[in-house]
Design a protein around this ligand. Structure first.
Ligand code: IFM
Length: 446
């Protein structure tokens, strides 16, 4: 069995974060409010009333954080750019101080020999755009493309590859369908125009990035879906869930069409959101790479009541993370195999843009995280042997951070953060990852 040290020469090692989860400084240097600032202020929206106001104070401590990355020996760092820092109301006026922060960050990364891999949208929509309907409003897609062009014109000389969106499935479902994330809408399937408009924004932005000679990726959270039993009812439920979670966000980009949404009871034109020509706009700027965020597989059964066409059930035989997510490393290999089967030649090279787990703070050393990373990287090596084209791996996350509705309770970092003092303390998994990167590099250098 191949293992992580058999990952190919030139394989790129990285770590990932996102702006609202680490930056803090939400009222500094002209940044406008985002949907997450407003949502977190609602009583009960975020566990224990936590907010991203300070987070890891990365806005001021980025140099220290880059030293931690350098210590790991990273090839690349995936972070996100806060749209409301660059354009405080989401459109029109650009905030020079906001752009200057990313300029400094990127210069420091490049000086440290680390390739910046920015994501343009990781859920922190400017509140002013939400007030106009957010991603339910088609105009937001056009505003997103304008913002992408502004940022690329300023930073594109040092940033070869850009990720447009992070996990549009999670943003649509948690933010617009269930309301457990910002902006807190509870529209169920009528949330799906928000998905289409994000994909449209991706397509419009991707064209502008390509025009500037830049490479484009999109990071999707994908999950291998397994029926709970061999029954035809469970199989149909699993197919419906696969359509919603995976294919709805991947087929339009890679194939230029939506999957059949009838099992979800959603009209083909997604409640009138899909207009003539949209799928071309989404599909034509060919992805240079697909970002894959993998955390766990999903087991699905036929619904036991009215409402959704599926029930999500646990995988009790697997170990679980502190968040309660099943740990199934082979799910990553299976997912990569099924992507090749579904998309064939249309599948671009893949980068794992997120993978990691939250571990209970009292667990020392954080052996579960080491086991998680080792297991998934071994599964990845196996997948590559079977034919998957995977170019790199970015662990989620560099630092403990603001885990959305869970506040600071779920700790995903290979570096522990004391949120009282902002002291960073590398965990055992940090040393393990550093040693793995160094050993792999030494083994594969000529
Ligand atoms: O923290 C999130 C990240 O923002 C998006 N992907 C999943 C991570 C863990 O929940």
């Amino acid at each position: 069995m191949p293992n992580r040290l058999d990952l190919p020469a030139g394989f790129r090692w990285g770590a990932a974060t996102a702006a609202h989860q680490i930056e803090g400084a939400v009222e500094e240097d002209g940044r406008g409010p985002s949907v997450w600032d407003v949502f977190a202020a609602r009583p009960g929206a975020v566990r224990d009333g936590h907010t991203g106001a300070v987070a890891c104070d990365h806005y001021h401590r980025y140099a220290e954080d880059i030293e931690l990355m350098r210590g790991l020996g990273l090839d690349g760092y995936r972070f996100s750019i806060a749209w409301p820092r660059v354009m405080p109301t989401g459109a029109g006026a650009v905030n020079p101080a906001g752009l200057a922060f990313y300029d400094r960050l990127i210069d420091a990364l490049v000086a440290a020999g680390i390739t910046p891999l920015p994501t343009l949208f990781h859920w922190d929509l400017p509140q002013a755009l939400e007030d106009e309907g957010g991603w339910l409003n088609r105009d937001t897609a056009y505003r997103f493309a304008e913002y992408a062009a502004v940022v690329a014109d300023r930073l594109g000389d040092r940033v070869p590859t850009w990720i447009t969106l992070n996990e549009p499935f999670v943003h649509t479902v948690f933010g617009y369908a269930l309301g457990t994330h910002a902006p807190g809408r509870t529209l169920m399937f009528e949330a799906l125009p928000a998905a289409h408009h994000q994909l449209l924004g991706h397509g419009l932005a991707a064209s502008l990035l390509h025009e500037r000679g830049l490479e484009v990726m999109l990071s999707n959270n994908l999950t291998p879906v397994r029926p709970a039993s061999p029954s035809s009812e469970d199989a149909a439920a699993a197919e419906a869930y696969d359509t919603l979670h995976n294919r709805l966000f991947t087929d339009p980009v890679l194939l230029g069409r939506y999957p059949d949404l009838s099992a979800l009871g959603v009209p083909d034109d997604i409640y009138g959101a899909v207009r003539d020509g949209d799928l071309d706009l989404i599909h034509t700027p060919r992805l240079d790479g697909l970002g894959l965020n993998y955390y766990n597989p999903t087991r699905v059964a036929a619904p036991t009541g009215p409402g959704l066409p599926f029930d999500l059930v646990d995988i009790p035989e697997a170990p679980h993370t502190a968040f309660g997510w099943p740990v199934v490393p082979d799910g990553l290999r299976q997912l990569l195999a099924s992507l090749r089967k579904s998309y064939g030649e249309a599948l671009p090279p893949i980068t794992i843009t997120e993978n990691g787990c939250s571990v209970d703070e009292s667990t020392t050393p954080d052996q579960p995280r080491i086991d998680f990373l080792a297991g998934h990287l071994d599964a990845l090596a196996q997948a590559i042997t079977e034919g998957a084209d995977v170019r790199g791996y970015y662990t989620w996350s560099l630092l403990d951070n603001f885990e959305w509705a869970e506040g600071y309770h779920q700790r995903f970092g290979v570096v522990h953060v004391d949120f009282e003092t902002q002291k960073r303390t590398p965990r055992a998994s940090y040393a393990w990852y550093r040693d793995l990167i160094a050993t792999h590099r030494a083994l594969h250098s000529d």
